[in-house]
Ligand binder design. Structure first.
Ligand code: ADP
Ligand code: ZN
Length: 213
């Protein structure tokens, strides 16, 4: 089963992605994570990506599509039940390219009230080790991950100005994908809430269990 996870920045994609990948034995492929790893390691791709990510803009399509096309040929993908694309495609061009090298079974789309996102993203803290997300308002001053003990940090693009442009990019470029996949008949719509991620995952599970059969 090959899936796409769609949703605005801050909709809770990352958390659902981990749960979905675990349950169905899918390889979790996050283009954002790939870019951040490249930045950390100082690669050429990292250097290029950083200039766009810091402004909240999209990394050029050719670079991004090449990375995903290559990633899907790795052995872990071949030896799994499929993959979950998180953060890709992000515009219609990328979706068209993806159609040339992949067969997608379902698109999990998390709809969320935009008014929640600015606070969510600017207050977000992420574990350096396992990637788990937290919100400052519930950390009570803690600086380490309750799951693995890793150090928490704030992503450089989680500041008001960059968040604003990420949300604008989502509206202009990514939102049209909902229509694109609705027309293909493979969209699965969910409503993100302020409730714990487990609540949403229960609904996702019900739908994906059927699809996985
Ligand atoms: P979020 O969904 O919270 O914005 P991501 O980790 O998915 O976070 O992406 C962070 C940044 O990485 C994006 O703002 C963008 O600059 C870049 N990026 C990630 N995926 C893509 C993609 N498919 N195409 C172009 N840029 C991307
Ligand atoms: Zn952790």
């Amino acid at each position: 089963m090959n899936l796409i996870l769609l949703g605005a920045p801050g909709a809770g994609k990352g958390t659902q992605a981990t749960k979905i990948a675990d349950r169905y034995g899918l390889v979790h492929i996050s283009t954002g994570d790939i870019f951040r790893a490249n930045i950390k390691n100082g690669t050429k791709i990292g250097l290029l990506a950083k200039s766009y990510i810091d402004k909240g803009e999209l990394v050029p399509d050719e670079v991004t599509c090449d990375i995903v096309r290559d990633r899907l040929t790795w052995d872990d993908v071949k030896n799994s039940n499929g993959y979950l694309l998180d953060g890709f495609p992000r515009n219609l061009f990328q979706a068209g390219e993806l159609d040339k090298f992949a067969k997608i079974d379902g698109v999990v789309n998390i709809n969320i009230d935009f008014s929640l996102l600015m606070d969510r993203l600017c207050g977000r803290r992420v574990c350096k080790e396992c990637g788990e997300s937290y919100h400052v308002s519930t950390l009570n001053g803690a600086t380490t991950c309750s799951r693995c003990g890793g150090e928490l940090y704030q992503r450089k693009d989680d500041n008001p100005e960059t968040v604003k442009s990420r949300l604008d990019v989502y509206t202009a470029q990514t939102q049209p994908l909902i229509d694109y996949y609705t027309k293909k008949g493979i969209i699965l719509n969910f409503t993100g809430t302020e409730a714990p991620a487990e609540v949403l995952f229960e609904e996702v599970k019900t739908v994906l269990d059927k699809l996985a059969k």
